[in-house]
Structures are given as structure tokens and as C-alpha cells.
Design a protein. Structure first.
Length: 109
């Protein structure tokens, strides 16, 4: 399965790079590809299950990266407004933090 092969090669990326001849090898060539040991389940169903799980993990990682980028931008914007005096700390409504803290405590209990 092509997606299985993609995930396998992504996982083995560093090992594949170490097979490159010389320090500036940028692309795979036929010689390198022929030397690659390839491990895969014989069952296409098992390959499909692995692909489904890894694709879901990749989507989750991508979502968390996007969330982090948005939160970093929000933090920078808020910090700028605080530092320039456009907004003041005593004007911030932090009541939502109490609800989040209570929800976290409930989840742990």
C-alpha cells in the first residue's frame, strides 16, 4: 500500500539519509533505494489498520501545531497590548480561568 510505504519511509528517514553517498546527497537514487530493507505486514488489512492509525495521529499532530501557532499569536498580541498600555491587567476578565480550573479538577477526580 502506498500510504504504508510513505509512513515506513518517513519513520526510517534518518537511516535512509545515512545511506546517502557523500554529504550533499539530496535525492534518493536507484542504488540507495535498492539497499533499503523494507519490512511490512503481509496482510493488506493489517497495513490498512496501521495506515489508519498513523494518519489519525498525523492529523492530531497537525491540529495541535495549528492550535499552538494560534495561541502563540494570541499571546504576542496580548503581550503587545499590555506592554503598550492599550489594555491593563486590572481590566482583564479572568473568570473563564476559574471554570477551566474546576473542569480540570473534575477530570482528575
Amino acid at each position: 500500500m502506498p500510504r504504508y510505504l510513505y509512513h515506513f519511509l518517513t519513520w526510517r528517514y534518518e537511516a535512509i539519509r545515512s545511506l546517502a553517498h557523500g554529504g550533499q546527497q539530496q535525492n534518493l537514487n536507484l542504488e540507495i533505494v535498492r539497499e533499503l530493507p523494507l519490512t511490512f505486514p503481509q496482510s493488506r488489512n493489517e497495513q490498512s489498520e496501521i495506515v489508519t492509525i498513523l494518519d489519525a495521529i498525523d492529523r492530531k499532530i497537525d491540529l495541535h501545531r495549528k492550535k499552538r501557532a494560534v495561541l502563540e499569536e494570541l499571546f504576542k498580541a496580548l503581550l503587545h497590548k499590555l506592554m503598550t498600555g492599550e489594555i491593563r491587567v486590572d481590566e482583564l476578565d479572568l473568570s473563564a480561568l476559574d471554570r477551566v480550573e474546576a473542569e480540570c479538577e473534575e477530570a482528575v477526580a
